[in-house]
Design a protein around this ligand. Sequence first.
Ligand code: FAD
Length: 325
Amino acid sequence: MSKHVLVLADVRDGKLRNVSLESLAAARTVAEDGTITAAVFGSSGKDLADTLAHHGADKVVTVLNQELDQYTTDAYFQAFKKVVEHVQPDVIFTGHTAVGKDVSPRVAARLGTGLVSDCTNVELAEGKIVFTRPIYAGKAFVKKVVKEGTVFATLRPNNISAGEPDTSRTAVIEELQVDLTSDSLRTLVKNIVKKSTEGVDLSEARIIVSGGRGVKSADGFKPLQELADVLGAAVGASRGACDSGYCDYALQIGQTGKVVTPDLYIACGISGAIQHLAGMSNSKVIVAINKDPEAPIFQVADYGIVGDLFDVVPMLTEEFKKLLA
Ligand code: FAD
């Protein structure tokens, strides 16, 4: 039975995040002959419609209010709820991102529908959507089927391939008016102060070089950053490194940090505590560098290098420089 799927585009700084395209690919998998509608918020909405169409949207609903240029819970909640009520989809996908994790449960609760969070895959079986999600901090996966009714699902970035765009596709564009009155918005973003370190976005990075307590100081992250620069990678960290004050908590990966699924994860001076593994063990290839051959990280690593990271990491950087020159 064909399904009407709604995808909320995740926009940052006026650009689509890759998880939006992955969500459209997931929508294609489950929609059969049904319609795929993408919702995009903020004043750049119309500019993003073509890309959404190229990746599978049949229809793009824009809500162009300036109040939606930056995410706030109240504004997105009102706009998203109105779009869902207007579109009447069978299933709604958002990224399992800061935006999706905040707005989807709110709208789902308000509309009295179900939600499956942190899905790593969606597929069709006998006409029903089967959602796969990790349990026990990533140690196992469970498959869920929602028997009836509308359902929201948040999709973990970097798990479903976005596929290639089809530039011949076009979408019907509809502009929806949403009245966002100032007294209904409890938070207004006045100014955004960006961190001076602009790098690759950790949650969507294809390669991550991550440092633990073994880097020993903030300066100890420098060789990791050099390797990351050569590879076009993002830098991450264990909580051990964050707690020791070597780096910002924004870099923390794990149970209480970010959950990442890059193609390549290089763990440097990280012991491999269960709480760290919860955030990175689904990486496609894991390389561990640790001077302790008994470190638990080697149990999940595809490649292990027993050695001092301050010797090994610069060597890797030099070799990759030659390879990528
Ligand atoms: P350590 O365990 O101290 O390991 C350092 C490693 O570096 C050692 O294996 C050592 O052999 C190696 N080393 C030292 N020097 C070198 C060198 N020169 N070269 C190579 N290797 C070297 N942790 C997270 O990471 N993320 C989380 O989200 C998280 N959430 C948590 C939530 C809760 C509720 C709790 C209780 C804990 C959580 N933790 C989390 C903490 C976790 O239990 C570990 O304490 C933490 O991951 C350890 O960080 P680490 O591996 O960097 O440090």
